[in-house]
Each structure stands twice: as structure tokens, then as C-alpha cells.
Design a protein around this ligand. Structure first.
Ligand SMILES: CC(C)(COP(=O)(O)OP(=O)(O)OC[C@H]1O[C@@H](n2cnc3c(N)ncnc32)[C@H](O)[C@@H]1OP(=O)(O)O)[C@@H](O)C(=O)NCCC(=O)NCCS
Length: 166
């Protein structure tokens, strides 16, 4: 597949909201229909933020024809040297074509540049696709949050540690 990964820009906001809605609907099915799709304003406000102790940033994957097909929002806690993968989603028509992996690879460049010790994320126990995805990227299960965002749906906490030779 021909695509590139670049930083999120405000012009991506509406499309990213759409991908977020559609990709998460594949996990939560009819439960997700109650959720607001959003017009992108949230993304314009929260995609990037920097302070002396933290970098929050977002990436998109873009096809050669300019269509955005995935998003990733991450954080680097510079004090604790802890990276956080907040949210990721790919256009469901393009699942399993390497888009998610390519976006995380871009985030890993930033995390490693800032010498993160560890990165953290979580995923719902019903989300076997995301669990397999994170495992393939080297994340290991660390804990479980019972009925966390929804009753009856647990969050699996996952972490990955980095080692540096120098
Ligand atoms: C989870 C998600 C981001 C993965 O992105 P993707 O582009 O589909 O995944 P990739 O093609 O980059 O997969 C990378 C690796 O993950 C693993 N993987 C991906 N999908 C898999 C599946 N359905 N079953 C088993 N392994 C899978 C594979 O090891 C794959 O590597 P390979 O292709 O070399 O075998 C995407 O499926 C998605 O948007 N899901 C819905 C939203 C979501 O669940 N977000 C995460 C919530 S925490």
C-alpha cells in the first residue's frame, strides 16, 4: 500500500473524527451508535500540545491521492520518561495493511528521541484485533481494569519497555 505518515494538521480534523467513529464502531458495534461522531473540533484543540514536562502529538496516514486513512494520538511524559499511546484508528476498509504499524513506528521515533523508558496503552478485552496488534508491536499485558469505560467491558493495560545501549 502506498501511503505516508505525517503530523496531524487542522485540515485533517473532520476526517480523523470520521475514522475514529468508524474504526471504533467495528469494536463496540451497536453500543457505539450512541456516541457523538464529532465534527473535528476536539482534534483541532487537542491534537498537539507541548509543555516543559510533556509533548502531546498526533499523526495521520495519508494515501498517495491525499485521502487520510488513519490517525494516532500519543504523549511523551518527559519527567517520568513514560510514553502513552492514547488512541489509534485506521479506516476499516484498510485494516491489516500495515497502516497502524507504520503510524506507531513514527511515534516510536519520538519516544526514543526523548528516551522514554516505557510506553503504555490499554485496549478493551473485546478488542481482539487491537490486542493482537499491540502484542505484535512488543507490548505485554500488565493489568486489567474491570468494567472501566463501559459496564461489562474490561480494559487490558499493556506496556512496552525500551532499552538503550548508550
Ligand atoms: C488496531 C488497529 C489500529 C491496527 O491497525 P492495522 O493497520 O489494521 O494493523 P497493521 O496492518 O498495521 O498490523 C500490524 C500487525 O498487527 C497484527 N494484526 C493486525 N490485525 C490483526 C488481526 N486481525 N489478527 C491478528 N493480528 C493482527 C499483525 O501481526 C500485523 O502484522 P503483520 O501484518 O506483519 O502480520 C486497527 O485495526 C483499528 O483501527 N482498529 C479499530 C480501532 C481500534 O481498535 N483502535 C485501538 C483501540 S485501543
Amino acid at each position: 500500500m502506498d501511503f505516508l505518515v505525517r503530523k496531524f494538521e487542522d485540515r485533517d480534523a473532520a476526517r480523523v473524527s470520521e475514522i475514529m467513529y468508524e474504526s471504533f464502531k467495528t469494536v463496540f458495534k451497536e453500543m457505539w451508535e450512541k456516541e457523538e461522531k464529532g465534527n473535528g473540533d476536539y482534534w483541532k484543540e487537542h491534537a498537539h500540545a507541548e509543555s516543559p514536562t510533556s509533548i502531546i502529538t498526533s499523526y495521520v496516514a495519508e494515501q498517495a491521492d491525499g485521502t487520510v486513512i488513519g490517525f494516532l494520538n500519543i504523549e511523551a511524559n518527559l519527567q517520568r520518561k513514560l510514553g502513552i499511546l492514547h488512541s489509534i484508528g485506521v479506516d476499516p476498509n484498510i485494516f491489516a495493511k500495515g497502516v497502524g504499524k507504520a503510524m506507531v513506528a513514527e511515534a516510536e521515533k519520538l519516544w526514543k528521541k526523548h528516551r522514554m523508558r516505557k510506553v503504555y496503552t490499554c485496549t478493551s478485552h473485546i478488542n481482539q484485533r487491537a490486542f493482537a496488534f499491540y502484542k505484535s508491536l512488543g507490548f505485554e499485558q500488565e493489568g486489567l481494569l474491570k468494567s472501566h469505560f463501559f459496564d461489562g467491558i474490561d480494559e487490558i493495560q499493556l506496556g512496552k519497555f525500551y532499552k538503550y545501549d548508550d
